[in-house]
Design a binder for this molecule. Structure first.
Ligand code: 5GP
Length: 177
């Protein structure tokens, strides 16, 4: 089974996916990106970090099953990582790539993670962002939520443990079918 996770920026998708991977042996699709590596990230583990030129070359070579430009950087999923998966595979994608991929194959399972506006604002404030940045992020979240209906499941992430358990329940119930 292939699970596509998406949702507004800042909802805690990566934390949820990491927690899921600790509970079960999911495979994770390591995307390619042209963005710079951040502190604490590992090449080949968090992303395959490539230059923009290399990324564009990979597009030309038809290497990606989907790719998007998000902000100033490119992000893409290789055809290999989806076609060669053996376990349940998790993809972490922004909304445009996620919905395009979901539309391409009805077997893919879309999971949209959201949080309440107040919670999102409070997280951004705690990270020290100013009002202009927070307003921009809230507008972006509004846009990202407009894709929600394209997903099979929607989860409001109020508490990480509850969210992880809800997702595991979904996965178990799908496996029983
Ligand atoms: P970040 O730069 O914070 O790691 O990721 C920015 C956004 O890119 C996140 O919403 C993440 O889900 C998305 N993303 C990561 N990999 C891919 C990918 O392969 N394709 C698409 N479409 N989005 C991706």
């Amino acid at each position: 089974m292939i699970f596509i996770f998406s949702g507004p920026s800042g909802v805690g998708k990566s934390t949820i996916i990491n927690a899921l991977r600790q509970k079960r042996d999911f495979q994770f699709s390591v995307s390619y990106t042209s963005r710079n590596i951040r502190e604490g990230e590992y090449n080949g583990e968090d992303y395959n970090f490539v230059s923009e030129t290399e990324f564009l070359k990979l597009i030309d070579e038809d290497f990606f099953i989907e790719y998007e430009k998000y902000g100033r950087n490119y992000y893409g999923t290789s055809k290999n990582s989806v076609n060669n998966s053996t376990n349940s595979l998790i993809l972490d994608l922004e909304v445009n790539g996620a919905t395009k991929l979901l539309a391409s194959n009805e077997d893919y399972i879309g999971i949209f993670i959201d949080i309440d506006d107040e919670e999102l604002i409070s997280r951004l404030q705690k990270r020290g962002h100013d009002e202009t940045f927070i307003d921009e992020r809230m507008r972006l979240a509004e846009y990202q939520r407009s894709f929600m209906d394209k997903f099979n499941y929607k989860i409001n992430n109020k508490d990480i443990n509850t969210t992880v358990n809800k997702i595991l329940d979904i996965i178990y119930s799908l496996e029983e079918k």
